[in-house]
Design a protein around this ligand. Structure first.
Ligand SMILES: CC(C)(COP(=O)(O)OP(=O)(O)OC[C@H]1O[C@@H](n2cnc3c(N)ncnc32)[C@H](O)[C@@H]1OP(=O)(O)O)[C@@H](O)C(=O)NCCC(=O)NCCS
Length: 198
């Protein structure tokens, strides 16, 4: 695969949790994404700067997608959103070459390969955007997320102590993982997506 080719959607993958369809998130998906976000425990949302289970945060997110500052992919199982992968990038900052991946999957389909498929798809999109470095951050107890990102080649770069506070007032540490994606881009060009991000 050539990295200059735009990835086309919808795109379907088979997982242990059944067939999943990936599509770009648009304003039409607002209600379905809100239902997805509101079913997630707050602890699973602490790695995102704002609480996406609140309608006004979701509206701001959609505006940001339309402005081009964020790209979000939704994973659909039938007519239900079961996962979301987002790439955040600020072209006006001093880090236009850096993107952040944010990813979350519904609790009821976890452990069935949806997260792996979504992470590969989001990673491929991040490469297509020409990013040179990708970061991901999560609370330190998200062992599944850390294992998944490490398997994609991410390495721990920073630990931010007491960085986020949940609704009960408890503070949690955040780990920042980073990936210098130059090597992956070369593999992608040589062998295609599965070998590059698998
Ligand atoms: C991270 C997350 C998206 C994974 O979703 P998922 O659908 O359960 O992922 P998968 O079933 O595809 O599993 C992915 C891999 O992680 C591994 N894994 C999952 N949970 C694990 C755990 N607790 N410990 C170790 N490895 C684990 C799986 O074995 C799998 O590896 P494999 O593909 O080699 O078999 C999901 O746990 C989540 O939404 N977490 C909360 C939000 C979060 O912290 N996101 C990270 C911020 S970017």
């Amino acid at each position: 695969m050539n990295t200059t080719e735009a990835r086309s959607y919808p795109r379907r993958v088979r997982t242990e949790g059944g067939e999943i369809e990936f599509r770009h998130m648009t304003a039409a998906d607002e209600a379905a994404v809100l239902a997805f976000a509101q079913k997630l425990p707050v602890h699973d949302l602490l790695f995102i700067p704002r609480n996406i289970s609140q309608p006004k945060v979701l509206s701001a997110w959609i505006k940001e997608i339309e402005r081009g500052g964020m790209t979000s992919l939704l994973a659909w199982k039938g007519d239900t959103v079961v996962g979301c992968g987002t790439i955040v990038r600020d072209l006006l900052s001093w880090s236009p070459h850096v993107g952040e991946i944010r990813m979350v999957v519904s609790r009821d389909v976890r452990g069935q390969g949806v997260g792996r498929a979504l992470s590969q798809e989001t990673f491929a999109l991040a490469l297509e955007q020409g990013l040179e470095k990708i970061i991901a951050q999560m609370t330190v107890d998200q062992t599944g997320a850390i294992a998944l990102f490490e398997s994609l080649g991410f390495k721990a770069e920073a630990l931010l102590r007491d960085q986020v506070r949940d609704l009960a007032g408890n503070k949690h540490d955040i780990v920042v993982l980073g990936h210098d994606v130059g090597k992956v881009r070369a593999q992608l060009e040589a062998y295609g997506l599965p070998e590059a991000v698998g």
